[in-house]
Design a protein around this ligand. Structure first.
Ligand code: SME
Length: 157
């Protein structure tokens, strides 16, 4: 059953993440379909933080394929060895890019994107099955608060 969020949008981002964590856990626990939960996750992140773009790319063989997202239309396929999403996938670690123009091979789905954070989504064996990509139209918009806050959310997916 759908439920509404209780998040004060005036809070600083650290507090927003703290308030969101348990609510996202409860939201995801009510549904076991990964795509449905990724869709709601994207919607919540967009609504609460107003990111330019936020969503998932799903691992499919040697490629990442566009999954649930919120924001402008995006590249449908990304490839190993090129871009921030592929880097997070291949390294199996979070990548924060303060200035996308300074990241060699950055894939510019939107010309408005200035900085981004990409986190791996892992299965129970620790394998990367998807990535969460969050883009901002501001330079240097992501830090460890986002890393820890987003990690705390996607671990419940
Ligand atoms: N910038 C990403 C591509 C995805 S879009 O930003 C939505 C990358 O370099 O992998």
């Amino acid at each position: 059953m759908a439920s509404s969020l209780a998040v004060d949008l005036a809070l600083p981002k650290k507090e927003k993440y703290e308030v969101l964590g348990p609510q996202m856990k409860a939201l995801f626990e009510g549904e076991e379909n990964l795509i449905a939960n990724m869709a709601n996750c994207s919607a919540v992140l967009k609504e609460v933080f107003g990111f330019l773009w936020c969503g998932f790319y799903l691992v499919e063989g040697e490629q990442l394929v566009l999954g649930p997202f919120q924001g402008p239309i995006a590249c449908t396929r990304l490839f190993k060895g090129k871009g921030v999403c592929a880097a997070a996938w291949e390294k199996n670690e979070t990548v924060i890019v303060a200035d996308v123009d300074a990241f060699p091979g950055h894939v510019a789905c939107s010309s408005s994107s200035r900085s981004e954070i990409v986190l791996p989504v892992r299965n129970k064996k620790g394998e990367v099955i998807a990535v969460l990509d969050v883009d901002s139209d501001q330079l240097n918009d992501f830090d460890q608060i986002d890393e820890h806050g987003l990690e705390a959310i996607i671990k419940y997916l």
